[in-house]
Design a protein around this ligand. Structure first.
Ligand code: MN
Length: 420
């Protein structure tokens, strides 16, 4: 139930600075989990690239490529409530915010960013919410936090309307299943910790924070307690995000830290923006949503967000049976993941994890005048630098399926005789 059990045998690097050096090592070794010891100026170690490929995520969740979507969907329908225990490793010791070796990633980033923290908050009506945000460690000991209009944003808006700060806790270095659950983002009011319990085959253990009325995973490496200050906004950014380009500066909320606790010998988890680890944790939890949205109108085999689209902007859906109305398949796919900009629909003989096969389907089964569906002035991802200034984007659906009834014309040529 902790991060440490998942780290395995990392390669050790010594003496790397939190300013760019750790980030560069992680960037240059995307397939390796790295442990940084003797970080100049800090007593804590840093670990990064804990997840290095899709199979790592499947393995952490206890599933595989074939069963993933059904497995996650089924688990999400059977939540397991967390339990609060009396004491937890995450509160063994205390330190200050400046003791944590938060790293600086990219040249023009606005500062050192916490990227692996799960933010826990409560609302009188909706209960507990857990979500992931980028957080800028400011020199004055406060933390800037980018909050897009989702569940935490609504908790904060509602607290501000009552004239109150919003108590929160940030848990850094948690079990990858807990991190996945926080990324999954189920409906408002569904406690992500209950989803974590469902994928862990048992309740997640939580402990009460010391200065705020919030519970956090007992086995987290670090816990930062604090409050999002009502009414205060300060510039946050730039920040190189999932696309590897800089997201602009905006006025965003500010957290005042009230306490920092940690495990004995805590390890700080660095999650490099735009890395495969970051992209998989953003994109993979969206795939079941695309699958289920499209399932309302077609028989779906698989849905994925592709590497080339940074596992966020491009989707591919394969259908076991092509309906007459592929337009509706495309529109449901966009509904299933609001940040998706382009989606390609293919037959289930295409391996949607293989970009060559997707390109093959487009090159031989698609006619632009007939099979292109264009949607202008749509809300898309703010992380796509090609969107208009008002944040609007054009979405395109590509029907690269064989038209029903014309399968014989698309028959793959075979060579007769026994396999050698
Ligand atoms: Mn939520």
């Amino acid at each position: 139930m902790d991060l440490r059990s998942f780290i395995g045998k990392p390669e050790v690097r010594r003496g790397r600075s939190v300013d760019f050096e750790i980030a560069r090592d992680l960037f240059e070794n995307p397939g390796k989990t790295l442990l940084f010891q003797d970080v100049p100026g800090y007593k804590f170690d840093v670990v990064g690239n804990v997840i290095t490929c899709r199979d790592d995520v499947y393995q952490a969740l206890g599933t595989n490529r074939e069963d993933y979507i059904e497995y996650v969907t089924q688990r999400s329908q059977n939540p397991v409530e967390p339990v609060v225990i009396d004491s937890g490793a995450c509160q063994e010791e205390e330190c200050s915010l400046s003791d944590i070796p938060v790293i600086r990633h990219f040249e023009k980033d606005g500062g050192r960013y916490i990227t692996s923290g799960i933010v826990v908050a409560k609302d009188p009506e909706y209960g507990c919410n857990v979500s992931i945000h980028r957080m800028l460690v400011r020199d004055d000991g406060r933390i800037g936090i980018r909050i897009v209009p989702r569940h935490l944003r609504s908790f904060m808006d509602r607290a501000e309307a009552r004239g109150e700060d919003l108590e929160i806790a940030i848990a850094i270095g948690v079990d990858p299943r807990v991190f996945y659950a926080a990324s999954y983002s189920p409906r408002q009011g569904y406690d992500e910790f209950s989803f974590a319990g469902a994928i862990m085959d048992g309740p997640l253990e939580l402990v009460k924070c010391r200065t705020v009325d919030i519970e956090v995973p007992a086995h987290a490496e670090f816990v930062i307690e604090g409050r999002i200050l009502a009414g205060l906004r300060e510039p946050e950014g730039p920040f190189a995000d999932v696309t590897g380009t800089y997201d602009r500066v905006r006025d965003e909320p500010v957290i005042e830290v009230t306490k920092v606790t940690h495990r004995r010998g805590a390890v700080y988890q660095a999650l490099l923006p735009a890395s495969i680890e970051h992209r998989l944790f953003m994109g993979m939890p969206r795939e079941p949503g695309i699958y289920s949205a499209v399932s309302e109108v077609a028989e779906v085999k698989y849905a994925c967000l592709t590497n080339g689209g940074k596992n966020w902007l491009h989707g591919v859906v394969s259908l076991s049976k092509t309906p007459d109305d592929v337009k509706s398949v495309i529109e449901h796919a966009f509904e299933g993941h609001k940040s998706m900009k382009h989606v390609v629909i293919v037959n289930d003989d295409i391996d949607i994890f293989n970009s060559d096969e997707i390109e093959y389907a487009i090159s031989t089964r698609f006619q632009a005048h007939r099979d292109t569906y264009v949607y202008r002035n749509m809300r898309g991802s703010t992380l796509d630098p090609s969107t208009d200034e008002d944040g609007l984007t054009t979405k395109v659906g590509i029907d690269a399926t064989i038209p029903p009834g014309r399968e014989p014309e698309y028959e793959f040529a075979k060579i007769p005789g026994p396999k050698v």
